[in-house]
Ligand binder design. Structure first.
Ligand code: DMJ
Length: 673
């Protein structure tokens, strides 16, 4: 306790300041008064009681402290700020975890080189760094149109839902930010992209609208010109003999119908846009505007019409900004929805888009696993564009369900799933070819599309690739080519579909997005194999299926072809993977391999009167036995990937901005809100 009496008795001192606080003094005669006015008066009185020297010292001290404060704020603040940023950067780039690198840094980074430890695949050449980007925006002679947003596309799920469910929103945010682990590895979600939640608030603009920053156009080269010539030749056949129909029959100068929806024309729309074929694009647009009718009593395959028609319309909308394509995409999307009305919510394979009914194939109630798990990129994007969550909800449910199913073998899935029980059927057979292929592709691509936050997708993808390595990967003789075989009830078969050649591209895309560099090594080994599936054959074109020799035999190549498998349908998978490999490594050999393939397509499948044809026999150069059919994916995929492979412009469908659906239709990676 301080004493007022003792303070009063002290002799006045000049060289120090004494401040004595006493409740009694403070209370005084009037009792305790803590009013502001009283406190102000009391302080003033005390101040007045100080000597001039004391007051000067106090004022000087205050002034000194104020100057120090200002200096330290400006000089100390900056280092602290950069120190904080630096430690965050360190956290992002430090791998420290076997098996997985950290995800990309924020905001669409440049292609990154994966580690070039080729120990496991000795015959591979090291990766080269990608060339510095020479940039071109869109097709040389087309303008990116401003968006024509449809005023009817008003959101049904505005901010009100977020406000109504604050606790839920908070919970979700925490989940999104969480770090996931896969076999001890840690992956941070990409900070730059929007969460893939189906809480959709606003319909989105086409990606081309954000994409119009002016950059020097990159001139096209000889090989790209050759692709344009090939496309024009194919288009001429289609236009002359099959206009508005599904597929050209170039030899009989007629057409075949599958769904009766102008499949080739729609599949080819965005290829024309990318190749800069303005006239052809405008003609095709007119047909879409005036003649494309979905109100037809016709059964369509859900998967095929999703990847080719819905995917093609959505990507064309994004590239052109023309709302006609979004309107058509919405219509076909809605008409496909009855497929999901099944007891298990695993969709039926077929939908009657006129009647609004759906059914499985006549002989079974099963659907194909690849089909029900490779429609997600398109339906999710349709939800994002329209603000209508039902599309995404339906396909997300399928993925979530498949994620939980038993019957997988180290992440590898069977080929069939029952639409009643929701369970896998025909257990024990595992392939990366027909009926399972794009399941694996879409695990990775959905993860990329949604901003690398949907952990289950990534976990399933990583586990599956481990499953491939463990059960399906072998080496052939004599060249020791790494290939992906099949497993049937414990028995390995050295059979590989050409369809499997999507895998090197997908693995490379994963590595580019921060997954383990080991995937890139496997991609390099597999693309070599896919190339050999062309190079070791008499026409230089791959058959539909090959069998690899596991034991060296005199006079035998690595690749054996059975008579029933020696057809070529103008498929894209190898060229697709060559494109990814060139984009990510800059190694020109991939362009050269693609160039060889294009020349062989020209030599053995080109029909003089217009169009290209599938062939029956890749082993007979003097008579490859034309089949008289040009598949829509030749224009939708094969020639598009050729053109992109030969381009040195990484901004021509930038892989940090777009993800290709399984029919080569680029859809935007969801951008920050
Ligand atoms: C295309 O329709 C798609 O690429 C699909 O994923 C597989 N089959 C053909 C091309 O071969």
């Amino acid at each position: 306790m301080y004493s007022a009496a003792a303070a009063a008795a002290s002799p006045p001192r000049r060289d120090f300041i004494s401040v004595t606080l006493s409740p009694e003094e403070a209370v005084g005669a009037g009792g305790y008064n803590n009013s502001k006015a009283w406190r102000r008066r009391s302080c003033w009185r005390k101040w007045k009681q100080l000597s001039r020297l004391q007051r000067s010292v106090i004022l000087f001290l205050f002034a000194f402290l104020a100057v120090c404060g200002v200096i330290s704020y400006t000089s100390v603040g900056e280092p602290w700020k950069s120190l904080t940023n630096k430690s965050l950067d360190d956290q992002r780039t430090e791998p420290g975890i076997p098996g997985l690198k950290l995800a990309n840094p924020a905001v669409l980074p440049a292609p990154q080189k994966a580690d070039a430890n080729l120990g496991d695949y000795p015959e591979l050449s090291p990766q080269k760094l990608p060339k510095p980007p020479r940039v071109r925006r869109g097709p040389s002679n087309l303008q990116i149109k401003p968006p024509r947003r449809d005023v009817r596309l008003k959101t049904r799920h505005g901010t009100s839902r977020v406000v109504e469910e604050p606790v839920q929103a908070d919970k979700e945010e925490k989940t999104e930010k969480s770090v996931i682990s896969w076999r001890g590895a840690v992956i941070e979600p990409d900070q730059s992209t929007e969460p893939p939640s189906i809480k959709i608030k606003e319909p989105e603009k086409p990606s081309s609208v954000e994409d119009v920053d002016q950059k020097e156009p990159v001139p096209i080269n000889e090989r790209q010109r050759a692709v344009i010539e090939a496309f024009r030749h194919a288009w001429k056949g289609y236009k002359d003999f099959a206009w508005g129909h599904d597929e050209l029959k170039p030899l009989s100068k007629s057409y075949s119908e599958w769904f009766g929806l102008g499949l080739t024309l729609i599949d080819a729309l965005d290829t024309m846009w990318i190749l800069g074929l303005k006239e052809e694009f405008e003609e095709a647009r007119k047909w879409v505007a005036n003649d494309l009718v979905f109100d037809k009593n016709v059964d369509v395959n859900l998967f095929e019409s999703t990847i080719r028609i819905l995917g093609g319309l959505l990507s064309t909308y994004h590239l052109s900004g023309d709302s006609l394509f979004l309107e058509k995409a919405k219509e076909i999307g809605n008409r496909l929805m009855p497929a999901f009305k099944t007891p298990s919510k695993i969709p039926y394979s077929d939908v009657n888009i006129g009647r609004g009914t759906a059914h499985p194939p006549r002989w079974t109630s099963d659907s194909t696993v690849a089909e029900v798990t490779s429609i997600q990129l398109e339906f999710r994007e349709l939800s994002r564009l329209t603000g209508d969550e039902k599309f995404q909800k339906a396909v997300d449910e399928v993925m979530k369900h498949v994620h939980t199913l038993s019957g997988k073998n180290d992440g590898l899935v069977p080929m069939f799933i029952n639409t009643n029980s929701g369970q896998f059927t025909h257990l024990g057979v595992y392939t990366l070819g027909a009926r399972a292929d794009s399941y694996y592709e879409y695990l990775l691509k959905q993860w990329i599309q949604g901003g690398k936050k949907e952990n289950e997708l990534l976990e399933d993808y990583m586990r599956a690739i481990e499953g491939v390595k463990k059960h399906l990967l072998k080496r052939s003789q004599p060249k020791k080519l790494t290939f992906v075989g099949e497993l049937a009830h414990g028995h390995f078969s050295a059979k590989m579909d050409h369809l499997v050649c999507f895998l090197p591209g997908t693995l490379a895309l994963g590595a580019h997005n921060g997954l383990t560099a080991d995937h890139m090594k496997l991609a390099e080994a597999l693309i070599e194999t896919c190339y050999q599936m062309y190079a070791q054959v008499e026409t230089g074109l791959s058959p539909e299926i090959v069998h690899f020799n596991l034991h060296a035999q005199k006079g035998h190549k690595d690749v054996e072809i059975k008579p029933a498998d020696r057809h070529n349908l103008l498929r894209p998978e190898t060229v697709e993977s060559l494109f990814y490999m060139y984009r990510f490594t800059g190694d020109k050999k991939y362009q050269d391999w693609g160039w060889e393939i294009l020349q062989n397509f020209n030599k053995y499948t080109r029909v003089p009167t217009g169009g290209y044809t599938s062939i029956n026999n890749v082993q007979n150069p003097s008579n490859p036995e034309p089949r008289d059919k040009m598949e829509s994916f030749f224009l939708g995929e094969t020639l598009k990937y050729m053109y992109l492979l030969f381009s040195d412009d990484i901004d021509l469908i930038n892989l940090d901005k777009y993800v290709f659906n399984t029919e080569a239709h680029p859809l935007p990676i969801w951008a920050p809100a």
